[in-house]
Design a protein around this ligand. Structure first.
Ligand code: ARG
Length: 590
């Protein structure tokens, strides 16, 4: 269904047209001064320039026409030429009744027929997930879900890092510890064991050890580079070990992501793109895009109006090794071939911006994507501790995701057990869910590109713009409905109709609900999940005000009561749907 502001813009636009102006000037927006009116139109100011009239004269002409309109309760014009509009309650109520009877609350499926790949997660195998991976997983999941709600075919790809030096480092360390493993026997030509020679705990311990050895010993690093090279060129034993590393890590990653309510459609890896590289390089050379520079093969990606120097995109280093950018370019070819997406969105730390700028330019210049294929880099800011520095554990190490989730859950637990009804296993389960919700919401409520301060106390609080506050509001509605159903077992919400509002708080709640459609579309188009957070925060505030001012269960007028029940059901459903788009689950009680 059309968005509410579009419907009003049409009404105002036809008044402009009646006076011979373009209907374009009739666009309305939410009022900046909700104390004066609900919507405003500033079109007379713009029209004045073109039609060489005083803006106030135009505004007055339009206002006079609109005053007659049955859907508008009040229309006034104010200097220098603003038009202030307040709707008839009837109009608002009809709108939300239609919303409540429509699939997806009447939200338009603007994405039908379009495919978007979301490249997020980006974990590196054999390295534990840490807070750096938290943001990409949370943001990507929300964007994927929102797009899917709007009818896009969304493919979330974890794009695992499984190809770089880290593999060589792990194998080198493993060789140091267990030199007798069959994988290191170059004379062996039989089948390798199906069972990995390590479990996830060992594997996670091996990587940091290897990494620190490579820093203190240049021969260790040299060997790791050598092994990486042999592995990338098909050394049987190393490839078999790599397969074990992959299997063990992926099982563990899936568990970790699931605990965050994050699920990928594709578990592709950097290694999957490697087969595309030789032909890609050949083509780029043949077509004259790639040239040698200091022994390396590069593609120049400078553009005339660059304000800063953009270095060339390196395809092959002088020692013959390919790079991160080579893999990303080949991945684009792979994705175009397999999925032919209309857009690829990369959700990666904003410090990788230059890399993506080079890759995107190179892909366009060399024709890896169609001219209409969008390549979007969504760089996110750093999660900092209260000291303003990148988030660390108390002893200065990198914080692991599991600990973070546990810390948030523990904080919430203290609050949950204050409610004496909830105990034991249920209390633990609820705390976990709300803890994850708090974590995710605090991330999503910030603008993606901004750094933010990670403050467990603040974001697990049940007050303010926090996950627990929103969840608390949903749980409150659920508990009112439970009481109501117990008192009136025969009630059917389907038959109920939302009636005209009885007061200001009810009207404000209704008006807020009408914005749903617009908010979801804008949040997706602008890649801005924080707009959904802001909306559900406002909606929760309106619901809570309405709740304090009205006694729903004790209401004696049955028509009014049924209307209120229907209204809070609609609010509950919209809040729950929005939370689901953000990848946040709601417990039944709290
Ligand atoms: N694995 C990479 C990292 O940890 C992130 C991958 C991002 N995606 C991509 N297509 N490059 O930095």
């Amino acid at each position: 269904m059309k968005k509410l502001h579009e419907l009003i813009s049409e009404i105002v636009g036809s008044a402009f047209a009646k006076w011979g102006y373009s209907p374009e000037y009739g666009k309305v927006t939410l009022s900046d001064r909700p104390d004066l009116c609900q919507f405003q139109c500033n079109g007379a100011l713009a029209a004045a320039k073109l039609y060489k009239k005083a803006p106030f004269t135009i505004a007055a002409e339009i206002t006079n026409l609109l005053k007659e309109h049955s859907d508008l309760k009040e229309v006034t014009c104010v200097m220098p030429g603003f038009i202030n509009i307040t709707l008839e309650d009837n109009f608002i109520v009809n709108y939300i009744n239609t919303m409540s009877n429509s699939e997806k609350f009447g939200c338009e499926e603007i994405g039908t027929g379009k495919t978007i790949i979301v490249d997020y997660g980006g974990a590196n195998v054999a390295k534990p997930l840490h807070v750096g991976h938290l943001r990409t997983a949370i943001i990507g999941e929300a964007i994927k879900r929102t797009g899917r709600f709007l009818g896009y075919k969304m493919l979330g790809d974890v794009h695992l890092g499984d190809w770089g030096l880290q593999i060589g480092l792990i194998i080198t360390e493993l060789k140091r510890r267990k030199p007798d493993l069959i994988y290191f026997d170059s004379g062996f030509s039989g089948e390798y064991p199906g069972e990995a020679p390590f479990n996830i705990t060992e594997l996670e311990e091996i990587y940091p050890a290897a990494s620190s050895n490579s820093k203190s010993s240049s021969s260790f690093l040299e060997e790791a580079k050598q092994i990486t090279f042999s592995f990338q060129n098909g050394h049987r034993g190393y490839v078999a070990l790599w397969q074990h590393i992959l299997n063990v890590s992926i099982d563990d990653l899936k568990k970790n992501y699931a605990s965050l309510n994050v699920f990928f459609d594709l578990w592709k890896k950097e290694s999957d793109a490697q087969p595309y590289i030789p032909k890609m390089i050949g083509d780029m050379k043949d077509k004259g895009f790639a040239c040698l520079s200091d022994g390396a093969l590069v593609v120049d990606v400078k553009e005339a109006d660059d304000i800063r120097e953009i270095p060339p995109c390196i395809l092959v280093k002088s020692d013959g090794a390919t790079l991160y950018s080579t893999t990303d370019l080949a991945t684009i070819i792979e994705r175009m071939e397999l999925y032919n997406p209309d857009e690829i969105i990369y959700i990666v730390d904003k410090r990788q911006e230059l890399h993506f700028q080079q890759v995107f330019r190179c892909a366009r210049k060399t024709g890896l994507v169609l001219p209409g294929t969008k390549l979007t880099f969504l760089g996110f800011g750093t999660m900092n501790g209260k000291d303003g520095k990148p988030f660390k554990t108390r002893d200065g190490g990198v914080m692991r995701l599991e600990y973070l989730i546990k810390e948030a859950g523990d904080k919430v637990y203290q609050r949950v057990i204050e409610n004496k009804d909830i105990t034991g296993k249920e209390a633990v389960e609820i705390s976990k869910k709300v803890g994850v919700a708090a974590l995710k919401y605090s991330d999503l409520s910030n603008q993606i590109s901004k750094d933010y301060i990670f403050d467990v106390d603040r974001f697990t609080s049940a007050e303010g713009n926090t996950g627990p506050y929103i969840i608390y509001t949903v749980v409150r509605i659920k508990s009112i409905l439970k009481k109501f159903t117990a008192a009136y077992p025969g009630f059917s919400a389907n038959k109920a109709v939302i009636q005209l509002p009885c007061g200001e708080s009810e009207r404000n709640l209704m008006l807020k609900i009408t914005q749903f459609n617009e908010v979801i579309v804008n949040s997706f188009i602008d890649n801005a999940p924080h707009k959904i957070c802001q909306f559900i925060y406002d909606l929760s505030n309106e619901l809570n005000r309405f709740y304090y001012e009205n006694k729903i269960i004790a209401e004696e007028n049955p028509l009014k009561q049924a209307s209120w029940i229907k209204l809070i059901i609609l609010t509950r459903d919209i809040l729950t749907s929005c939370l689901d788009l953000l990848g946040i689950e709601v417990p039944d009680r709290m």
